[in-house]
Design a binder for this molecule. Structure first.
Ligand code: 5GP
Ligand code: ZN
Length: 116
C-alpha cells in the first residue's frame, strides 16, 4: 500500500494483485489490462498504480505520471493493434465514469465508430 491507495477501490485491488485481471503491459508507474466488457476489438484500461480519482486530479499532481500512462497506452496500441487508437478519460458520472481511480480507455483495432 502507498499513501494514495484507496482500500475500497477496484483498480487499486487490481494493481495490488488482489483481484485478477488480464494484464497486457506494465511499467514502474502504470499497468494496462483488458476491460471486462470490451467496446472495441482492443479495449484496454491503462491506470496509474497510485490512486487518483480522475484525470484532472492526476494531471494537477503528477503530470509526468499522466505522460507515462499515455506512453504505455501508445505502446499497447502498437503491440495489440496497428498503433492507431482512441483514448478516453471519462470524468464524472454524467460522462460515464463508474470507477473513481483514473483510467484511460484505450480503444483500437479496426475502424472505430465516429462521434455523432
Ligand atoms: P468507466 O465507466 O469508469 O469509465 O470505466 C470503468 C470500466 O471498468 C468499464 O469499462 C468496465 O467495463 C470496467 N470494469 C469494471 N469492473 C471491472 C473488472 O473487475 N475488471 C476489469 N478488467 N474491468 C472492469
Ligand atoms: Zn484506486
Amino acid at each position: 500500500m502507498t499513501s494514495t491507495d484507496s482500500p475500497d477501490c477496484l483498480f487499486c485491488k487490481i494493481v495490488a494483485g488482489e483481484i485478477p485481471a488480464d494484464v497486457v503491459a506494465s511499467s514502474d508507474t502504470a499497468i494496462a489490462f483488458r476491460d471486462i466488457a470490451p467496446k472495441a476489438p482492443v479495449h484496454v484500461l491503462v491506470v496509474p498504480k497510485e490512486h487518483y480519482p480522475d484525470v484532472p486530479a492526476f494531471a494537477a499532481t503528477d503530470a509526468a505520471g499522466l505522460a507515462s500512462v499515455i506512453g504505455l497506452a501508445d505502446g499497447v496500441a502498437s503491440e495489440l493493434a496497428d498503433g492507431q487508437y482512441r483514448l478516453v478519460f471519462n470524468t464524472g458520472p454524467k460522462a460515464g465514469q463508474s470507477v473513481f481511480h483514473v483510467h484511460a480507455h484505450l480503444l483500437a483495432g479496426g475502424e472505430l465508430p465516429g462521434f455523432a
